[in-house]
Design a protein around this ligand. Sequence first.
Ligand code: PGA
Length: 267
Amino acid sequence: MPFNKKLNLILFNLRGEIIMRKKIIAGNWKMNKTPKEAVELINTLKGSIDTDNVEVVVCPSIVCLSAVVEATKGTNIGVGAQNMHFEANGAFTGETSASMLAELGVKYVVLGHSERRQYFAETDVTVNQKTIKALEAGLVPIVCVGETLEDREQNVTIELVSLQTKIALKDVSAEDAKKVVIAYEPVWAIGTGKTATSEQAEEVCKAIREVLADVYGQETADVIRIQYGGSVNGANANELFNMGNIDGGLVGGASLTEGFADIVNYK
Ligand code: PGA
C-alpha cells in the first residue's frame, strides 16, 4: 500500500503497535439549508469527495437530519447534529436528546460550538454533561474549544483552551476519550475570513494534545483527533491539515457549497 499522508500520523505506542489518526473533516452547516437544499448538496458531493482517506461528516440543521441520513445511505459520509440536550428526556421544550439522534442514524454531534456558548449560554459544564450523554448513546462528540480575540491578546489562549478541554472531558474514561474529537476553533477566526496561521493552529492543537496526555497518558492522547476550525477553505486546508497535530477540520461557510470537495480532497 502506498504511503498515504492523510492517514496521518503514524506513530508507535509503547508496545510497538502502530497508531493512526485518520483525518476527519466535518461541515457545520449552521442554520442554513432546507431539507431539499441539503439533499441537493449531498448529491453533488457524493461524486466529488474522497471518503476513503478522510472521514467526512456533514452537520445539517436538525430538521434536515432525516433526509440527509437517507441521502447519504450507501456512502461513507457521516451525519452529525449541531447540538443536543444532556438529559435523556423530559420537559425541555425545543430540545433533542442523544438517543433521538442515534435512533435517526446520526453518528456525530457538535458540542460547545462558540456560537452556542455565545448566544445560547452553553458553558464548559453543560458541554461536559453533553459529552458524557453523547458517548453513552454511541455518538462521536465533536467538542469545540477556542479563545476570543481578547483572550489571545491577554496571552491566555493555551490556559483557557486547556481548561475548556479538561472540563469537557471530566469523568470521561480513557477508552471513551479516544472516541472524542476536539475541534480547536479560535472565535476570532470563525466566519471572519481570518484564518489562524498553520503555526498558530498547530501550537494550540499541540497544547491540547499535551493536556490530553496529562489527563489520560500519551498513548490515549496520540489517538484522539484534534481538528482546526475557523475560515478553513480550499486554499488553506492543505497547509493546515498537514500540520503534525491537526487531524482535519470543522468547516462552516466553505462547507455550504460543492467547494467543500476541495477541502476534503486537500493534498
Ligand atoms: P467558518 O466556521 O468556517 O465559517 O469560519 C467554522 C465553524 O464555525 O465551525
